[in-house]
Design a protein around this ligand. Structure first.
Ligand SMILES: [Zn+2]
Length: 104
């Protein structure tokens, strides 16, 4: 009879890793964020990976504003510890315009 409460407690033990959007600092489960990765050669791209790309990663939520701020205020390059090439920056902007706004 008192077991319902105990069950709820147990199911909460399942650990959901949280990651922080580098722009709005909101913490969300990893799958609700987009991972941006800087590979060892310095290229920055969106990690759409089934297999996780190696390199330094940063996360952004699906809010287009966050992408714009992250790119314009260089939060992303700070998080990735290096400048983002203009070409890569543009591809990220295009991704934000395309993929993210479709999802909205
Ligand atoms: Zn955000």
């Amino acid at each position: 009879m008192a077991s319902a409460a105990a069950q709820t407690k147990d199911s909460r033990k399942k650990h959901v890793p949280l990651r922080r959007c580098v722009s709005c600092a909101k913490q969300l489960p990893q799958r609700e964020l987009v991972r941006i990765v800087r590979d060892p050669s310095g290229r920055v791209s969106v990690d759409l990976g089934r297999k996780k790309q190696s390199g330094r990663g940063a996360y952004l939520c699906h809010e287009p504003d966050c992408w714009e701020k992250a790119l314009k205020k260089d939060r992303l390059s700070v998080a990735l510890k290096g400048a983002i090439a203009a070409e890569d920056r543009q591809r990220l902007q295009e991704f934000a315009k395309g993929e993210l706004q479709q999802a909205h």
